[in-house]
Design a protein around this ligand. Structure first.
Ligand SMILES: C[S@@+](CC[C@H](N)C(=O)[O-])C[C@H]1O[C@@H](n2cnc3c(N)ncnc32)[C@H](O)[C@@H]1O
Length: 470
């Protein structure tokens, strides 16, 4: 295809959208030059206006939909266009799944460098009210001092005051509304990112899918508990139904991180209880836990079935373990589980869950995965299966090297970011591993996000003989 110069692209033009990018933007090509169109659906014919031209690509917005794609629907939320949360809500749900599969395939082709078998996406059991963790930034209007709570407009830090969000449990809207009104009555100020002033910075709510109870975390721009915030917490705890606890987290740094280091449990419990694979988990303010519990349950059961069908009482390494959700779900299938997680609160919660469930074959470790795997604690050990479930940035080469050394059967890599997954799979492949296939799961309907489980076989990796310790 002839690649044309960016200066040849007119400001306004009509294009047909070919596919979806990994950020949920429509991709059109004009003579080989790529244009990313926001709000577009594959097979739309749209008149667009170029908003930014770069060396190899341009960004554009839609001026007019000339012929809509058969997959285009009316978004169910009035705020879809202004709120940055549900980028692709205007695409019919089954078509979203089809395009998410295409995103994973394209990412593998571009970064991993080869075709990989990508299976059909397993849908989310719920496509509405599925998000069980919400994190609203708090602001305040200049003149009327009204407290604002919501999400940022796509690509900006302009706060959209959200009264109703159909992808999270309806009761969260009630909690947020109560906080808006009560905080104002108590003369609590909303945070301003510009000047770093204002007391209430964020409200984080975790709601249990199982018990329907919520933990409310008030994130404050302070280092100790003020009288007004304490009163706000007390009112939330005493006046609203189904509040398991209220916690206050202190974050007075100029940072994009939502939570600071210190959290006080001010009323009730500091966690909610959630069920996965018929086991009960405790989830605290800083604990990582999947936001869509029924979809997470699908992933955990899938991994468990895969291991059951391929191994007999294996030894399992659960790395980037969080509250050791995989390890705990797999404990009755395994002879031994060793887990590693860096957040202390998660390891402590894992310990109490293990004790309450009377599980006695899990060894918990707190620390950095790379350091732990290279530590002599593991000298001479080998695992039949290693589960890697890192954050979005993926694994370090050091963690991958040691995962290869310590595993004799399969690595199961669970990832929320196709790009870093593809990079890490490439590294594993270059070191002798074979990627068998990728099973995507939809954890975040109406967004471009996609969770993947990659099955990696290590039988052709050459390892020095090691003695099994178990
Ligand atoms: C995507 S979460 C997965 C958690 C768990 N497997 C689950 O499904 O609930 C990634 C976890 O890795 C932890 N983490 C991030 N970097 C780490 C590191 N270098 N070493 C150990 N744990 C780390 C995070 O605290 C988080 O709990």
């Amino acid at each position: 295809m002839q690649v044309i110069n960016k200066t040849d692209i007119p400001e306004i033009l009509t294009v047909k959208i070919e596919k979806l990018s990994n950020l949920g933007l429509g991709i059109a090509k004009v003579g080989g030059f790529v244009i990313f169109v926001s709000g577009a659906c594959p097979n739309d014919t749209v008149k667009i206006k170029i908003t930014k031209k770069n060396k190899n690509y341009a960004n554009a917005e839609i001026i007019e939909i000339i012929e809509p794609s058969p997959d285009r629907i009316e978004p169910f939320c009035k705020m879809q266009k202004v709120c940055g949360a549900c980028q692709i809500q205007y695409i019919e749900y089954n078509a979203q799944l089809k395009y998410k599969k295409q995103i994973v395939e394209d990412t593998m082709r571009n970064i991993f460098g080869e075709e990989v078998e990508v299976r059909n996406v397993i849908p989310s059991p719920n496509t509405m009210e599925y998000r069980h963790k919400i994190q609203y930034p708090i602001g305040q209007t200049k003149d009327s001092k009204r407290i604002l709570a919501g999400y940022y407009k796509s690509g900006s830090h302009d706060l959209v005051n959200i009264k109703y969000c159909p992808i999270q449990p309806e009761y969260c809207d009630k909690i947020i509304d109560f906080i808006r009104v009560t905080a104002q009555e108590l003369k609590i100020t909303g945070y301003s990112e510009k000047d770093g002033l204002g007391e209430l910075r964020h409200v984080v709510i975790r709601t249990s899918y199982d018990s329907k109870k919520s933990l409310v975390v008030l994130v404050v721009n302070n280092s100790s508990l003020s009288k007004n915030i304490k009163q706000l917490g007390e009112k939330i705890y005493n006046n609203l139904d189904n509040i398991q606890g209220v916690a206050v987290n202190y974050n007075n740094k100029k940072t994009n991180l939502i939570l600071g280091d210190k959290t006080d449990i001010t009323f009730g419990e500091g966690y909610i209880e959630e069920k996965l694979c018929d086991k009960m988990f405790k989830v605290g303010a800083k604990t990582f836990f999947q936001v869509n519990p029924p979809s997470a349950d699908n992933i955990f059961r899938y991994v468990k079935d895969y291991i059951k069908n391929n191994f007999d009482k294996p030894t399992i390494l659960d790395a980037y373990a969080g509250i050791t959700a995989f390890g705990i779900c797999l404990s009755d299938t395994a002879s031994k589980v060793v887990s590693i997680e860096e957040v202390k609160e998660s390891v402590e919660l894992a310990e109490s869950i293990i004790n309450e469930n009377k599980i006695n074959n899990i060894e918990l470790h707190q620390g950095d995965t790379g350091k732990f795997l290279s530590n002599e604690t593991l000298l001479g050990r080998q695992f039949h299966v290693t589960i890697l479930d890192p954050p979005r940035k993926g694994c370090t080469p050091n963690s991958l090297d040691y995962a290869l050394k310590l595993t004799k059967g399969k690595i199961i890599y669970v990832s929320c970011n196709p790009a870093t997954l593809a990079r890490d799979l490439k590294y594993l492949k270059e070191h002798g591993a074979k990627v068998e296939y990728i099973q995507p799961f939809d954890m975040f309907p109406h967004t471009y996000h996609i969770e993947n489980v990659a099955i990696i076989d290590l039988h052709s990796v050459q390892l020095p003989e090691q003695k099994l310790p178990y």
